[in-house]
Design a protein around this ligand. Structure first.
Ligand code: ADP
Length: 489
């Protein structure tokens, strides 16, 4: 078999590509999020948190008397400090010197906190002065940390007088982003690990999946190849893990059976046809020989022998005609010539063709035909149907030699044509086969009309082409009724 070469990728490749692209896409999105967006979100969040803490403290401090060296304020600052470990909180004077918390000697020694330099303080204060309407400002320093600054009032001496201009009190909060940066660094390492794992998993999964998917396909392909070489013993059904494959296997098994059947049928038909062709040919040859050698001079015998030759030739002709007819109708070469005609009259005419049997052999064909029933069909083909059905009834009817042909309106739009005989009927297990095959019941039967064994096949093919319903009702020992439903037109 020659096949056009088309470039298709294997399932393996497609799955591998899809999984890998999917994994790469997810990793890419995570990286973008991680490296840009996360920083932006984090900064915004920090700024908001810092402003909330700062503004809260601003409100608190505004309510406190900002007395110099006040233990209460010191405790307050320290408390806030302990609640916000990422922050360093100071109350500064106008010179940027730390007023609170009031460092103990140890604290100073160990330099536990790093107060802002004056330059730093001055720079932030500059920004605050630019926004006189807001409570405080939040700015980001060059090292990434955030600073909140708000002016909370003036420090007064214990006696209550404002000390000096430089004793303005500022709340200064330095919010370190160091922990967050470290966390992000850890996340980055984790992300690299996750990326590697995801890519590895994508590869493994795609390999496993493609194995699972392709194995049954390969199996089925192999089985189909064997079937193509004529081996119908193959079995497509197997242990497939997904439904579509199971359905495919089932369909292929069904197809295999059907092809197998028609293969069988073809062989059977060929055997039968050859047999049927051979018998008359042998007869023709032997009778011709007999005439040549024995009966040539004896007019009586010669006439008898030539009659056999003529009969057998007729048989051959009708066999060949039937085969041709059947293959012509089946192959669709013979299209239907649909006309509207009087079916009642038509059935009468076909019945009359059997009149000679009444005279010569005593067959009685009773007609029960309603008048003026019309249908639309291919007249020539329907003639074959009616003729074959009546012919079969004549061949297979019982000792009484009675056949009944009926045509009546069954219901609106439907005409029922029937041919009933009183023969021995058709066993239930043969009811289907008689139509389908080049079939002949095994025992020889004396037939008034010569059959070729293709009669019912032709009937079936013609009626199917017309889309007419047909069938047979039969009771063994009592007889059969073949029927066809014609549309009334
Ligand atoms: P044949 O030439 O053998 O009659 P058909 O195709 O017309 O070929 O019929 C096929 C087979 O169907 C017959 O051999 C016979 O066994 C069965 N058959 C057909 N018509 C009847 C009938 N009226 N009664 C019983 N058997 C029938």
């Amino acid at each position: 078999m020659k096949q056009a070469k088309r470039r298709f990728h294997s399932i393996n490749f497609i799955l591998w590509m899809s999984f890998l692209s999917f994994a790469a896409f997810i990793i890419l999105i995570t990286w973008v999020f991680q490296s840009t967006l996360l920083q932006v979100f984090f900064n915004a969040q920090t700024q908001r948190d810092l402003a909330t803490v700062g503004e809260g403290m601003y409100e608190d401090l505004r309510r406190m008397p900002l007395v110099e060296g006040n233990d209460y304020i010191d405790k307050y600052i320290r408390k806030e400090q302990s609640e916000n470990p990422a922050a360093q909180i100071f109350l500064l004077n106008g010179n940027g010197e730390v007023l609170y918390p009031m460092y103990t000697q140890e604290e100073e020694e160990y330099e536990l906190s790093t107060p802002p330099t004056f330059d730093m303080f001055a720079a932030v204060r500059g920004e605050l002065e630019e926004k006189p309407e807001s409570v405080g400002v939040t700015v980001q320093k060059s090292d990434g940390d955030f600073v909140f600054l708000a002016k909370v009032g003036s420090i007064v001496s214990a006696s209550g007088s404002v000390l000096s201009e430089s004793n303005d009190a500022y709340l200064y909060i330095d919010y370190s982003t160091e922990i967050a940066s470290m966390a992000m660094g850890t996340m980055r390492v984790q992300l690299i690990m996750i990326s590697v794992i995801v890519i590895f998993l994508a590869l493994v999964l795609s390999a496993l999946l493609s194995m699972k998917l392709t194995k049954p396909i390969t199996q089925i392909t192999k089985a189909a190849q064997r079937m193509a070489t004529g081996d119908f013993s193959v079995n497509f059904k197997g242990e497939y893990s997904y439904a579509e494959m199971d359905a495919l296997a089932e369909t292929l098994d069904y197809a295999k059976e059907e092809i197998g059947k028609s293969d069988e049928l073809q062989k059977e038909v060929l055997a039968n046809v050859t047999h049927d062709l051979k018998t008359p040919l042998t007869m023709i040859k032997s009778y011709a020989c007999m005439i040549q050698e024995i009966s040539g001079d004896n007019p009586e015998k010669r006439a008898k022998h030539t009659q056999v030759i003529i009969d057998e030739s007729d048989r051959l002709t009708s066999l060949v005609n039937d085969i041709l007819n059947l293959s012509k109708i089946r192959s669709g070469m013979d299209s239907l010539k649909i006309t509207n005609f009087n079916l009642s009259e038509f059935v009468h005419t076909v019945c009359e063709r059997f009149d000679y049997l009444r005279e010569t052999q005593g067959y009685v064909i009773e007609r029960d035909i309603e008048d003026e029933l019309y249908t639309e069909a291919d007249m020539e083909k329907i003639e074959q149907v009616v003729y074959n059905l009546i012919g079969n009834a004549v061949n297979y009817t019982g000792e009484d030699k009675k056949i009944r042909v009926g045509l009546k309106k069954e219901k609106e739009g439907v005409l029922r044509f029937t041919v009933t005989d009183t023969g021995k009927g058709i066993p239930a297990d043969q009811i289907d086969t008689i139509w389908d095959r080049y079939y002949r019941s095994s025992e020889t039967h004396k037939r008034p009309i010569k059959g070729t064994g293709l009669g019912l096949s032709i009937v079936k093919t013609i009626l199917q082409k017309h889309n007419f319903l047909f069938g047979v009702e039969s009771e063994v020992g009592k007889g059969s009724t073949f029927y066809v439903l014609f549309p009334e037109k």
